[in-house]
Design a protein around this ligand. Structure first.
Ligand SMILES: NC(=O)C1=CN([C@@H]2O[C@H](COP(=O)(O)OP(=O)(O)OC[C@H]3O[C@@H](n4cnc5c(N)ncnc54)[C@H](O)[C@@H]3O)[C@@H](O)[C@H]2O)C=CC1
Ligand SMILES: C[C@H](O)[C@@H]1OC(=O)[C@H](O)[C@@H]1O
Length: 250
């Protein structure tokens, strides 16, 4: 029980990586605030079945007010917040030369500004509580490498990684640790259409030394580790969770 009675906020917790991490944290003893933009009924039921506390809060992370609402829910239901997993994100694949300004703007607002606002609201609460905390941003292998149809997306993933580095410095004095996870290619709704291109899917599979694409559950161990006291001296770090895809040049 690495997270026994800790309170964890997971943004984008309704499906994919966020849902797996929310349930994984509950399996390790945490109560969870599931921040979502759609419907979180399944995740809520799964966490209730584990006998842990759970509350779902609907809202757009791009709205600066959402962070405070998430903190408020954590305080009302569980008395405070110990961990934030800033995971909500979008990747509407599109070519560079005719990128619609609205698509660029929205991707930046959700992925980067959203992470910023929620991190800021949670960090203020953690500072007030005076017992430290752990903030984890879901960055990406895409913070390190490019993508032809991800010119609006990869800068946001480099951005959230950079945000965690700067926050590690700004918040270290309060005992708040800030790290990022860099998933490789994980099978979720975000890339369902992209990976319908079977040649592309086969290329990824061939490039991954561990021989398979990732599953959302592959992020649970790394997230729980960074959330827990096992990582008490880890801050400003970035952990690739990609089956070895990044390092496999030839
Ligand atoms: N699937 C992959 O291969 C990889 C994903 N990631 C990152 O992992 C995170 C989770 O992605 P997946 O689980 O793959 O995708 P997903 O599409 O399955 O889940 C995204 C989640 O974010 C929520 N969300 C989207 N826009 C939101 C908004 N404006 N406000 C609040 N919530 C919002 C969705 O409701 C959903 O719960 C994203 O930040 C993504 O960039 C990073 C590397 C690889
Ligand atoms: C959406 C992509 O398929 C996924 O997200 C990322 O961050 C990586 O680029 C993955 O391939």
């Amino acid at each position: 029980m690495l997270l026994k009675d800790k309170t964890v906020i997971v943004t984008g917790g309704s499906r994919g990586i966020g849902a797996a991490v929310a349930i994984g944290c509950a399996q390790h003893g945490a109560n969870v605030v599931v921040s979502h933009h759609s419907n979180a009924d399944e995740v809520v039921a799964a966490i209730q079945a584990l006998g842990r506390g759970v509350v779902a809060v609907k809202g757009d992370v791009a709205d600066p007010a959402t962070g405070s609402l998430l903190v408020q829910a954590a305080v009302e239901h569980f008395g405070g917040v110990d961990v934030l997993v800033s995971n909500a994100g979008i990747c509407p694949f599109h070519a560079f030369l005719d990128m619609p300004p609205e698509t660029l703007k929205r991707t930046m607002e959700v992925n980067l500004h959203g992470a910023y606002f929620v991190t800021q609201a949670v960090a203020n609460r953690m500072k007030e509580q005076g017992r430290g905390g752990s903030i984890i941003a879901m960055s990406s292998i895409s913070a390190l490498v490019g993508g032809e149809f991800q010119t609006h997306y990869t800068p946001t993933k480099a951005g959230v990684h950079s945000l965690m580095q700067s926050c590690a410095i700004a918040l270290g004095k309060y005992g708040i640790r800030c790290n990022s996870l860099l998933p490789g290619t994980i099978l979720t709704d975000i890339n369902k259409d992209d990976l319908a291109d079977l040649d592309k899917k086969a290329y990824f599979e061939k490039r991954i030394p561990l021989g398979r694409l990732g599953q959302p559950e592959d992020l649970v161990g790394p997230a729980v580790f960074l959330a827990s006291d096992m990582a008490q001296y880890v801050t400003g770090a970035a952990l690739l969770v990609d089956g070895g895809m990044f390092v496999n040049l030839q």
